[in-house]
Design a binder for this molecule. Structure first.
Ligand SMILES: CC(C)(COP(=O)(O)OP(=O)(O)OC[C@H]1O[C@@H](n2cnc3c(N)ncnc32)[C@H](O)[C@@H]1OP(=O)(O)O)[C@@H](O)C(=O)NCCC(=O)NCCS
Length: 177
């Protein structure tokens, strides 16, 4: 699989191919405790953002496995906006997480490439995702694949930090390839 990559100005800077890691669907409810443990470690900077155990029943989650070890987790919802309002054709990336000891090694980028391929394989037309305005690492990962900022939501996080909403229009992304 190969996906186009962009620099900070949105210019094409080549392509990204994914082959090193494997993605395995999380079995719920059997693995909810493991999901909570992962969430606590990956999102330790913002414990107020952690999901409750019952939330995981609603999500579709995938372990990111490298050399047999879990290094990350992707969390998805089908046909909803980031507010979880119905939005047919839209894949909501609820969460992209990498364990602290594996960050800055490209696993976030690999997850993003896989998420886009997943959306294409399932015929979604749009991907939406959201993040804290201070989270420049995930903003950067999204930008690399052509996601653009749709807007900000000042009411999303309870502590008042603005939430950035980013989207990728897959019909347009396919046109550009
Ligand atoms: C955000 C996260 C998923 C990124 O995963 P990762 O494996 O570290 O990401 P990668 O190594 O693939 O890429 C990180 C990119 O961010 C860039 N980056 C790092 N620090 C940065 C900063 N302060 N400002 C801007 N960009 C930054 C890196 O240079 C790299 O971009 P590049 O490939 O163009 O050089 C990971 O940090 C994480 O799990 N954080 C905690 C959970 C979280 O906040 N998830 C996102 C919200 S759902």
């Amino acid at each position: 699989m190969s996906l186009p990559l962009r620099d900070r100005e949105g210019e094409s800077i080549g392509s990204y191919s994914v082959s090193m890691v494997e993605f395995k669907k999380v079995i719920v409810p059997h693995e909810i405790k493991a999901l909570c443990d992962f969430d606590r470690r990956a999102f330790h900077r913002h414990p107020q953002d952690l999901f409750d155990p019952e939330d995981w029943e609603l999500f579709e989650s995938y372990w990111v496995i490298a050399d047999g070890h879990v290094v990350g987790c992707t969390v998805l919802l089908h046909d909803v906006d980031y507010t979880e309002e119905p939005r047919p054709g839209c894949l909501y990336i609820v969460s992209t997480g990498v364990l602290p000891e594996f960050q800055q090694k490209g696993f976030g980028t690999q997850q993003k490439a896989w998420q886009i391929q997943y959306a294409k394989n399932h015929n979604f037309t749009t991907i939406v995702t959201n993040m804290r305005a201070s989270n420049q690492e995930i903003v950067r990962v999204n930008e690399k694949f052509g996601f653009t900022v749709r807007g900000t939501d000042p009411d999303y996080y309870v502590d008042g930090e603005p939430c950035v909403v980013m989207e990728l229009d897959l019909r347009r992304a396919q046109d550009l390839q």
